[in-house]
Ligand binder design. Structure first.
Ligand code: GAP
Length: 441
């Protein structure tokens, strides 16, 4: 299968099965926006929940915030985004289309119509709006371009309310907005995206150790969400390509169907942000080491993970086709931990009340293990299995006449079918519950 075909098939499956829809579709769409549907939202939440567990909740040195998206525009002046968060833009003098200059071949010709390209100018990517009824410059606010801003702005609040000991970090998940010149590749380059970010505050002498710790954590997260380890590559970003605030950055790249591209980033932001906010706000943003009796500005390590790029990496690496029962079968080999549905329960025949009643009982029992246990009694059993394969459900559980005791030694056993192999085994209910529990925890 060519990579182009894979993306087409993925986008089609995502829409058909309720994972991801084009944004504003009934009005012809809005470039760079997508909506998560019933299954996609659960997949996304499972990714976010796992991140919260690994990056915040399982640790004693991490705290959360959920800051407002709209913030005082001085935050973005201090952070350097108002003056410097821009991409190089060129316009074709003939067809008037606009492109990112650094995505072109350098020939000076329009890739669409061969017309002459104009001069390159910097285009600020922040979305601007106005707070309140006045549309004058004093009311300008920006939709945040990174969630990090809300963390730095709350550094003092967290220190004053929680009194954490250094090193400690603040984690946040939320929306960010970037007016990308050329949104593309499905949910890879969006204008409205979600980020999972940590700002980890350390003593300046300890930044390297913290950097290494978070570097390992990012690989552990890649493993936990089930993306192949050999598809994730580290790229040491050269000084001239780093963001203005960074002294060291590693990009975690992923082999997407359209090429090796940035999945996540890990940056050493030094004391750039706290110092800049202290200067612009006139509020002291230092940490007092009570034991040593010294005050200093902590340095920052920032693991930054895009949720949407993570979901795309998961979906594109999970997509499979094989042949089963003489037909081409499509399935998503999702890690059970993040699969939106953990198991589907089904009576072999839907017009046999005794089978349906027993299957309902089994489903209620399995829902005690995890709430995401689906029910399907539509069509023949093969079709039901295929539907679950396509959405990545790891297990199907079927209740038949043997469950009811037609073969006495099989009474109270059910069929457990495995998604990836299609293999089936006969198990008791406690065994099935344990199988499911063991792979989703
Ligand atoms: N706070 C640091 C920061 O925002 P970034 O490298 O600009 O750094 C971090 O973005 C992550 O956010 C990226 O590694 C990527 O996962 C995601 N991301 C950035 N721009 C994106 C876009 N236009 N669409 C989707 N995800 C994006």
């Amino acid at each position: 299968m060519s990579d182009q075909t894979l993306m087409e098939k993925l986008i089609s499956l995502a829409k058909r099965r309720g994972f991801i829809f084009p944004g504003s579709e009934i009005y012809g769409g809005l470039a760079g926006t997508f909506d998560y549907g019933p299954l996609g939202v659960v997949l996304k939440e499972n990714v976010e929940r796992l991140w919260l567990q690994m990056f915040r909740d399982d640790r004693d040195d991490m705290y959360g915030v959920d800051a407002a998206i709209l913030m005082n525009s001085k935050i973005w002046e201090a952070s350097g985004h108002v003056s410097g968060f821009s991409d190089p833009l060129v316009e074709c003098e003939k067809c008037k289309r606009r492109f990112r200059a650094d995505h072109l071949d350098g020939s000076g010709k329009c890739p669409e119509c061969e017309g002459k390209l104009g001069d390159v100018r910097q285009f600020n990517m922040m979305f601007k709006t106005h707070a309140g009824a006045n549309e004058d410059t004093s009311a300008v606010v920006y939709l945040r371009p990174e969630t990090a801003g809300g963390i730095f702005a709350n550094f003092k609040n967290v220190v004053d309310s929680i009194h954490p000991k250094l090193p400690f970090g603040i984690a946040q998940i939320g929306k960010a907005f970037r007016n990308e010149i050329a949104p593309r590749d499905f949910i890879f380059r969006l204008r409205e995206l979600s980020q999972m970010e940590v700002e980890y505050f350390v003593h300046p002498s300890e930044w390297e150790q913290a950097f290494e710790g978070w570097r390992k954590m990012m690989h552990l997260f890649a493993k936990a969400i089930g993306i192949p380890q050999d598809s994730v590559h580290e790229l040491e970003v050269a000084a001239e390509d780093r963001a203005h605030y960074s002294k060291r950055t590693i990009d975690f790249e992923f082999d997407y169907p359209f090429g090796r591209k940035e999945l996540w980033g890990l940056a050493y932001r030094t004391d750039f942000d706290l110092s800049a906010h202290e200067k612009h706000s006139n509020v002291e943003l230092k940490y007092l080491d009570e034991t040593a009796g010294v005050k200093f500005t902590p340095h920052v390590i920032e693991p930054s993970l895009g949720v949407d790029r993570t979901v795309l990496a998961i979906l594109s690496s999970a997509y499979r086709e094989d042949s089963m029962g003489g037909e081409v079968r499509t399935y998503l080999a999702l890690a059970p931990k993040i699969a939106p549905v953990k198991a589907m329960v089904s009576p072999l025949l839907k017009n046999k009340p005794e089978l349906v009643a027993k299957a309902r009982e089994v489903r209620a029992e399995l829902k005690k293990v995890h709430p995401a246990i689906a029910w399907d009694d539509n069509g023949n059993i093969g079709k039901r299995y295929r539907r679950q394969d396509e959405i990545g459900t790891p297990f199907c559980v079927t209740i038949d006449f043997d469950t009811l005791g037609e073969t006495p030694e099989l009474k109270d056993t059910v069929t457990l079918r495995h998604r990836d192999t299609g293999e089936q085994e006969r198990l008791t209910m406690p065994e099935v519950a344990e199988r499911i529990r063991s792979v989703i925890q």
